[in-house]
Design a protein around this ligand. Structure first.
Ligand code: AQP
Length: 342
C-alpha cells in the first residue's frame, strides 16, 4: 500500500488538563479549524487518557473535557464536519497502544525530551503511563490511518516516533499497513513562548498564570498579561533578523502575526521602529478582538452540558466506525485468533 492509497485524514488532540491557552490555540486549535474542509476527513479528540498520566481530580477532568470540547466548537470546529470525541470513549486507542508498546523499544521512549522534562530527576516516581504516553499517541493517530497531524512544534519528536513505530510494525510483519503520517507544524507561532520567559514554552502546567493567556481570560486580564509581558528596552526591528537573541520580542511579534494571519515579516514591515509601549496595546486589542468571541461562546456552551455530552457520544460512534476495522486488521496481522471477523 502506498501513502496515496490512504484516505487524506487529519487527526489531532488536546489534553483536557489545565486551561486551554493561547499556545494550544495558535499551535493547534486554530489550525485544526483551517484544515476542516473538503480536502480532509478531520478527527479531533480530547485526549483524557493522556491527561491522567499525571494526577487529575475526576470531577475536574470531566469539567475540563467538556470545556475543551466547548473550546473546539467555539473556535470554529463543526461537529457535522469534523468528528469530535473524547479518547476514552473509543477503546480501540488503548487496544492498539498495547500492540505498539510491544513494537516500540525502551531506548526510543527514554530519548523523548518531554519524558525527560516532565519526569525530570524524579523519574522513579513518574507513572508508567507518562513513560508510555508517546506509544498511546502513536495509536491515537494510526488507529485512523491518519495521514496528517497538525500539532505545535513541541510534539515534533512524538510524531517522529509515530513514524518509527509504523515503520517497524510494517517491517516486522512484512506489511504496508500503517501510513507514514505527516506532521503539520506551520504558521508563524508553532511554539508560543511563556510571557515571562521567552525561552520556555507557554504551558498550562506553569505555576504562574501570568505566563500564559488562557482562552477563558476576560479582556482586562488579557490586556494586563500582555502589558506585563517581559520585553527588552529596544524598539521593534523592521526585519526578522533583528529579533535574533530577543526571544520575548520574537514571541510577541509571532503572536501578533498568528492572530492577524500575517507573517512576522509583514508585521515588522508595519511595526518596525515602534516601542513596546505602543506595540503592546495594539497586540492586546488584537488578542481581545480575536479571543473574546471564542471565550464568550465557550462560556455559553459550558452551560449546555447535555449537548456537549451528546456531541462527544455521537463523535465517538463515528470514530469507532473507522477505528474498529483497523484494529481488527491489526489483530489479524499480529496473529490473534478470532480477529478479522467484524
Ligand atoms: N506553547 C505552545 N505553542 C504552540 N503549540 C502548543 N501546544 C501546546 N503548547 C503549545 C500544542 O497544543 C496541542 C495540545 O497540547 P497538549 O494538550 O498535549 O498539551 P501540552 O503540549 O503538554 O501543553 P501544555 O500546556 O504544555 O500542557 P502541560 O504543561 O500540562 O504538558 C499540541 O498540538 C501541542 O503541540
Amino acid at each position: 500500500m502506498t501513502e496515496s492509497q490512504f484516505t487524506p485524514r487529519v487527526f489531532s488532540g488536546i489534553k483536557p488538563s489545565g486551561n486551554l491557552h493561547l499556545g494550544n490555540y495558535l499551535g493547534a486549535l486554530k489550525r485544526f479549524v483551517d484544515m476542516q474542509g473538503p480536502e480532509f476527513e478531520t478527527i479531533y479528540c480530547m485526549v483524557d487518557l493522556h491527561a491522567i498520566t499525571v494526577w487529575q481530580d475526576p470531577e475536574k477532568l470531566r469539567e475540563k473535557t467538556r470545556e475543551v470540547c466547548a473550546g473546539f466548537i467555539a473556535a470554529g470546529l463543526d461537529a457535522e464536519k469534523s468528528i469530535l470525541f473524547n479518547q476514552s470513549q473509543v477503546a480501540e486507542h488503548t487496544q492498539l497502544a498495547w500492540i505498539f508498546n510491544c513494537v516500540a523499544r525502551m531506548g526510543w521512549m527514554q530519548r523523548m525530551t518531554q519524558w525527560k522534562d516532565k519526569a525530570g530527576k524524579n523519574s522513579q516516581n513518574a507513572s508508567l503511563g507518562l513513560f508510555a504516553y508517546p506509544s498511546l499517541m502513536a495509536a491515537d493517530i494510526l488507529i485512523y490511518h491518519a495521514t496528517h497531524v497538525p500539532v505545535g512544534e513541541d510534539q515534533k519528536q512524538h510524531l517522529e516516533l509515530t513514524r518509527d513505530i509504523a515503520a517497524k510494525f510494517n517491517h516486522d510483519y512484512g506489511v504496508d499497513f500503517f501510513p507514514q503520517t505527516e506532521p503539520v507544524i506551520d504558521g508563524p507561532a508553532p511554539r508560543v513562548m511563556n510571557l515571562r520567559d521567552g525561552t520556555r514554552k507557554m504551558s498550562s502546567s506553569d505555576a504562574s498564570d501570568m505566563t500564559r493567556i488562557n482562552m477563558i481570560d476576560d479582556s482586562d486580564t488579557i490586556a494586563k498579561k500582555i502589558r506585563k509581558a517581559k520585553t527588552d528596552p529596544d524598539a521593534l526591528p523592521s526585519e526578522v533578523d533583528g529579533l535574533e537573541d530577543r526571544p520575548e520580542a520574537r514571541n510577541l511579534v509571532n503572536i501578533y502575526a498568528a492572530l492577524s494571519d500575517q507573517t512576522a515579516e509583514q508585521v515588522l514591515a508595519e511595526m518596525g521602529g515602534k516601542q513596546f509601549g505602543e506595540f503592546k496595546p495594539m497586540l492586546a486589542d488584537l488578542a481581545v478582538s480575536k479571543l473574546s468571541p471564542i471565550s464568550s461562546e465557550m462560556a455559553r456552551l459550558m452551560g449546555e452540558e447535555a449537548e456537549i455530552d451528546q456531541i462527544l457520544a455521537r463523535g465517538a460512534e463515528k470514530a469507532r466506525a473507522i477505528a474498529a476495522p483497523i484494529l481488527q486488521q491489526t489483530y489479524e496481522i499480529v496473529g490473534m485468533v478470532g480477529a478479522g471477523k467484524s
